[in-house]
Design a protein around this ligand. Structure first.
Ligand code: SF4
Length: 407
């Protein structure tokens, strides 16, 4: 089933659950989901798992320090109290030969609750709960498995787990802004979203044009800043902003891979003035021009499909603006999302160059989408940075310059 603006709804526990059509997932047992994160645990999870003496079965780890207590900032408004420390190469210490050792030896019910929920993701909104799946999963990246619309019993179970974990979390949707000075109601938001999803799902239109049309749909009731008929190359400030985002989502130093994703607006403003934009991939720095000159398989349907599903999921799940992403306005949030495509393209090119390929391939794009998915959901903006992003991300001309030069 292809992606469309239509979706399936069911009633679960008195809530309307919205399920996207055209998104498939079944666990492929790759173990990839157990990499790259410090698995959060509830107090019950912690007591259950840490009560077992793992030192004889898994002597390679120091179990006196393998669990850590979350700081007050980390567990603010969540039900998590502890986390499992990842190994030095970033995977969960319980992942042995791509299998969960807890699940294999003690049963599924002993694992932390979050492990049973992944990669399903629910977002409570004023019009119901929206389901998506995480692109950290290999099966999701490849759209492999059973359509989500055919997993009703599983979804009900996962939703119950979600409600156990996230009862304390409140996502605020009552001050939605189309742009900084234009508040909109939730029904108005849904109308704009329909325009974005309609543009994104135009199968026979190149992805870049669909993104331009989606951006235009958000400006339908605003005086859009003029966009020249001929799209100019990116300006220095465009590339510097991209380089700032790139460093945030694709940190070059491995020790930052498991660290918080905090955008430092003041440092960024200084770098804007002082530094030439560089994009670092696998220990090598590139310019924007070097990476965009590297062959990108334009019109590759598999790659376009992956990128479209990634964008669609973020929009359908409302994970790109307001309570779903850094309290950004809808337009800034959507332009940020669209620019992720450019970051993915740049990172994919760097990976392809590093492995000596002659053009970007699907595998480079999958790795790049997965990493951006891991990082973007953790992005934190302070007030100054959020204002700066609003300013940088509002202009449809900037979006056009960046996308025209990259995909
Ligand atoms: S506890 Fe098991 S399922 Fe959870 S992240 Fe670790 S290995 Fe994966």
């Amino acid at each position: 089933m292809a992606l469309t603006t239509a979706h399936t709804t069911i009633e679960v526990d008195g809530k309307t659950l919205h399920i996207p059509q055209g998104i498939n997932y079944s666990c492929s047992g790759c173990g990839r989901c157990c990499n790259g994160v410090a698995v959060p645990m509830t107090q019950d999870d912690y007591e259950r798992v840490s009560a077992i003496d793992w030192s004889k079965e898994l002597p390679e780890f120091d179990w006196s320090r393998q669990f850590r207590t979350l700081s007050a900032k980390e567990n603010d408004s969540s039900t998590y109290t502890h986390a499992i420390r990842p190994t030095n190469d970033g995977h969960c210490p319980f992942l042995i030969n791509k299998l969960c050792h807890i699940h294999a030896t003690r049963g599924e019910h002993v694992k932390p609750l979050i492990c049973g929920l992944f990669p399903y993701s629910f977002n409570h909104t004023p019009s119901g709960v929206y389901l998506t799946v995480s692109f950290r999963s290999n099966a999701v990246l490849g759209n492999m498995g059973t359509p989500l619309t055919e997993q009703i019993d599983t979804l009900k179970e996962k939703f119950a787990v979600y409600n156990t974990l996230y009862t304390a979390r409140s996502v605020i949707w009552d001050s939605i802004k189309l742009t900084v000075d234009k508040p909109i109601s939730w029904p108005q938001y849904l109308e704009y979203e329909q325009g974005v999803l309609t543009a994104l799902t135009q199968e026979n239109v190149p992805l870049k044009q669909r993104l331009f049309a989606a951006s235009d749909a958000l400006f339908k009731d605003l005086n859009k800043p003029p966009v020249p008929a001929e799209i100019a190359p990116p300006k220095g400030i465009d590339k510097k902003f991209l380089a700032g985002l790139f460093a945030l989502y694709y940190p070059s130093d491995a020790k930052f891979l498991n660290k918080d994703v905090v955008f430092n607006g003041v440092k960024f403003a200084l770098d804007l003035a002082m530094k030439a934009p560089k994009f670092r991939v696998v220990n090598k720095s590139f310019t924007f021009e070097e990476l965009t000159a590297f062959p990108w398989p334009k019109g590759d349907l598999e790659i376009e499909d992956l990128l479209t599903r990634f964008l669609y999921s973020r929009v359908f799940g409302k994970w790109y603006f307001g309570g779903g992403f850094a309290q950004l306005s809808v337009i800034a949030g959507f332009h940020h999302l669209a620019m992720l495509v450019t970051l993915i393209r740049l990172h994919s090119a760097g990976l392809a160059i590093a492995r000596g390929a002659d053009q970007v391939s699907m595998i480079d794009v999958m790795v790049s989408v997965r990493q951006v998915e891991e990082k973007v959901q953790e992005a934190v903006l302070d007030g100054y940075s959020a204002a700066l992003w609003e300013l940088m991300l509002f202009a449809p001309g900037r979006l056009r310059r960046v996308l025209e030069a990259s995909i």
